[in-house]
Design a protein. Structure first.
Lengths: 218, 325
C-alpha cells in the first residue's frame, strides 16, 4: 500500500509536505517528534482530513485506535459493539487479557485499560489498523502484551505512530517523519541509526547493545 | 424483560391518573362507563390531551438522550440547546405576520414549519457558539440563544395580545401548556414520535460510536459532523412541531435520560427505548399537576424545571459534564 506525494493542510498551515510512504503487511511504525504530523497523517488515511494534493492508495477496511477519546458511560461490550458489531472481539480481548472487563462500565476503567479496549476493537475490525501512540500510558505488562499481539498479526497492515523507538525496532517497516516530511523509511536496521535518529529528534541519540538487542537512549 | 415491567406499570398507572385528574375531575367509574358530560370531556379533550402529553414526553426524552450522546454533554436537551425557544419564535412569528398584515402572512398555515426552521436555526447558533467555548459552552450558548428568542416572543405577543386576545399568552409559549390538542395534532405527534424512536433504535450503535471518537467514526465510514447535523435537523423537526402545538416543554430531555442512565446504563441501545418509555409517565404526571391539581393551571415547564433542578446540580457537582478520557 502506498501513500503518494501527500500534502495536507490544517487551519491553513501545511502540515504534511509531499509525503511518500510505503506500507507493508505486518507492523509499520512511524516515528517523529511532537508536531511532526503523525496524527495528521493517520487522520488523512481515514478520510478525516482532505489532502491538498497526493494520493492514498490503501485497500481494505480501516480501523483506528485513537490517542484521545471521550469517556463512554456504557459497558465495555457496548463500546466494542459501537458502530455495529463486525467481528468477534472475543479473540483479541483474550489475547490482551481484557475478557474480565467485558461487562464493566467503560468509564470506570483506567486510561490504559480503556486504550487497550479500543486497540482490541481496532484490531478486530480492520484490515488496515491505525494506532496513535498505543503504548503511551500502558504499564510494562500491558506494553509487553501489546507488542506480542502486534508482532503476531502478519495478515493485517498495522500502522503505528509512536515515540517508542524500541517498538520500532521490532517492526517490519519504519518511517521517520520530521516537520511533515519523511526523512527515511525502510527496514528498522537501515533506518534506526544513531545518525538518523539524532537528526529526527534534534538531540544526540545513542545506541547500545544488550543481550543481543539494541536499545536507544538519549 | 423484567426490567420493562416497572416501566410499563408506571406508564399504565400514570395514564390512569392523567385521565382522572384534569381541569375536571372524572371519577374512575365514569372512565369505564362514560356518560353525558364526562363522555364528551373524555373524547374531545381529556383523551387527546393525555395522549399528546404521553407522545410529547416520550419524544422529548428521546431527543434529549440522542443530543446528550452526540454532543457529548449530559446537560443537553431541546430546551437547553435553544431549539425550543427558536421553535416558539417561529410559531409566534407566523401569528405576528398574520395579525399585522405583514408580507408572508400566509405562513400561518404552515406555522409548524416555520417553527421548525427557527428551531433548526437556533440550534445551529448554539452549536456554533458552544463548539468554541469549552465544556459548558453549549449550555451557555443555549441560554443566550433562548434569551434572545424568548424575548422576541414576549415582545411580539405583547404587541399582538391587545388586539387579538385569542392568540396564546406569553406563558403558554415560553412555559408550555398541554391543553386542547386535537386528534389531528395527535396523529402527527404519534407519527413523529414513532419515527423518532425507530430511527433512534436503528442508529443506536452508530450514535454510540460518534459519541466516543470522531476518528473511529471516520474509520467506519461515518462523517461525525454531518451525522450530528442530520440528527439536529430531526430533533428540530420534532421539537418545532411540539412547540407550535403546546409551547415550550422543557427539561424532559434532561430528567429522563439521566434517570435511565443511572438505573440501567448509558448506551444508546438502552437510552432510546427506556427514555421513550419513561418520558410518558413523567410528562403525564407533570401535566396532571399542571392542569389543575393545585387549583389552577400552571405551565408545565415550571413543574419539569423543579424536577430537573436537583438533577442538573448533581450532574454539575459530580463533574460528569466534562467528558474526556
Amino acid at each position: 500500500m502506498l501513500i503518494k506525494a501527500l500534502s495536507v493542510k490544517l487551519n491553513g498551515k501545511l502540515i504534511l509536505k509531499e509525503v511518500r510512504l510505503e506500507l507493508v503487511k505486518g507492523l509499520n511504525v512511524i516515528l517523529g517528534p511532537n508536531g511532526s504530523g503523525k496524527t495528521t497523517l493517520l487522520r488523512s488515511i481515514i478520510g478525516m482530513l482532505k489532502p491538498e494534493e497526493g494520493e492514498i492508495q490503501v485497500e481494505g477496511e480501516r480501523s483506528y485506535a485513537p490517542a484521545e477519546f471521550f469517556g463512554a458511560d456504557m459497558s465495555v461490550l457496548d463500546v466494542l459493539l459501537s458502530g455495529g458489531a463486525k467481528k468477534h472481539y472475543q479473540e483479541y480481548l483474550e489475547i490482551l487479557g481484557l475478557s474480565e472487563f467485558l461487562n464493566r462500565n467503560f468509564s470506570t476503567l483506567s486510561t490504559g485499560e480503556k486504550r487497550l479496549i479500543l486497540i482490541a476493537k481496532a484490531l478486530a475490525e480492520g484490515d488496515v489498523v491505525l494506532m496513535d501512540e498505543p503504548t503511551s500510558g500502558l504499564d510494562l505488562k500491558n506494553q509487553a502484551k501489546l507488542k506480542r499481539v502486534l508482532l503476531g498479526l502478519k495478515s493485517k497492515t498495522i500502522v503505528v505512530c509512536t515515540h517508542d523507538i524500541n517498538l520500532a525496532l521490532l517492526a517490519d517497516r519504519v518511517a521517520l517523519l520530521k516537520n511533515g516530511r519523511i526523512i527515511a523509511q525502510g527496514e528498522p536496521k537501515e533506518v534506526l541509526t544513531e545518525a538518523l535518529l539524532s537528526e529526527l529528534y534534534d538531540v544526540q541519540v545513542k545506541k547500545v547493545w544488550l543481550d543481543g538487542h539494541s536499545f536507544f537512549f538519549v | 424483560m423484567n426490567k420493562l415491567l416497572p416501566f410499563f406499570a408506571l406508564l399504565i398507572l400514570s395514564f390512569f391518573v392523567a385521565l382522572i385528574y384534569g381541569e375536571v375531575y372524572i371519577p374512575p367509574m365514569a372512565l369505564l362507563h362514560p356518560k353525558g358530560a364526562y363522555a364528551i370531556i373524555l373524547e374531545r379533550i381529556r383523551l387527546p390531551t393525555v395522549f399528546a402529553a404521553a407522545m410529547i414526553g416520550s419524544s422529548l426524552a428521546v431527543c434529549g438522550a440522542v443530543m446528550q450522546m452526540l454532543l457529548r454533554n449530559p446537560l443537553m436537551d431541546p430546551y437547553v440547546s435553544g431549539t425550543a425557544s427558536g421553535g416558539a419564535f417561529g410559531a409566534v412569528l407566523s401569528y405576528f405576520l398574520l395579525v399585522f398584515n405583514l408580507p408572508l402572512s400566509y405562513l400561518i398555515y404552515v406555522s409548524p414549519l416555520i417553527a421548525f426552521v427557527f428551531a433548526l436555526l437556533s440550534t445551529l447558533i448554539t452549536i456554533a457558539i458552544g463548539r468554541r467555548t469549552g465544556v459548558y459552552g453549549l449550555v451557555v450558548g443555549g441560554v443566550v440563544v433562548s434569551f434572545i428568542f424568548s424575548s422576541a416572543v414576549t415582545i411580539m405577543i405583547t404587541l399582538i395580545s391587545d388586539r387579538f386576545p385569542f392568540v396564546p399568552s406569553v406563558s403558554f409559549w415560553l412555559q408550555g401548556e398541554i391543553v386542547a390538542v386535537g386528534w389531528r395534532g395527535d396523529v402527527l405527534l404519534f407519527v413523529l414520535t414513532v419515527f423518532l424512536i425507530v430511527l433512534g433504535m436503528k442508529h443506536a450503535r452508530r450514535i454510540d460510536l460518534v459519541a466516543i471518537s470522531d476518528e473511529m467514526s471516520y474509520a467506519r465510514g461515518v462523517n461525525p459532523n454531518s451525522y450530528r447535523y442530520t440528527w439536529v435537523v430531526v430533533v428540530s423537526l420534532v421539537s418545532g412541531y411540539i412547540v407550535s402545538l403546546v409551547g415550550i416543554v422543557g427539561f424532559v430531555g434532561i430528567i429522563v435520560p439521566h434517570i435511565v442512565r443511572r438505573v440501567l446504563g448509558g448506551s444508546t441501545t438502552i437510552l432510546v427505548p427506556y427514555s421513550a418509555l419513561l418520558g410518558c409517565p413523567l410528562l403525564l404526571l407533570a401535566n396532571v399537576v399542571s392542569s389543575g391539581l393545585l387549583g389552577t393551571i400552571i405551565p408545565v415547564t415550571a413543574i419539569t424545571s423543579l424536577i430537573a433542578a436537583p438533577i442538573i446540580v448533581y450532574v454539575m457537582v459530580k463533574g460528569i459534564a466534562h467528558q474526556s478520557a
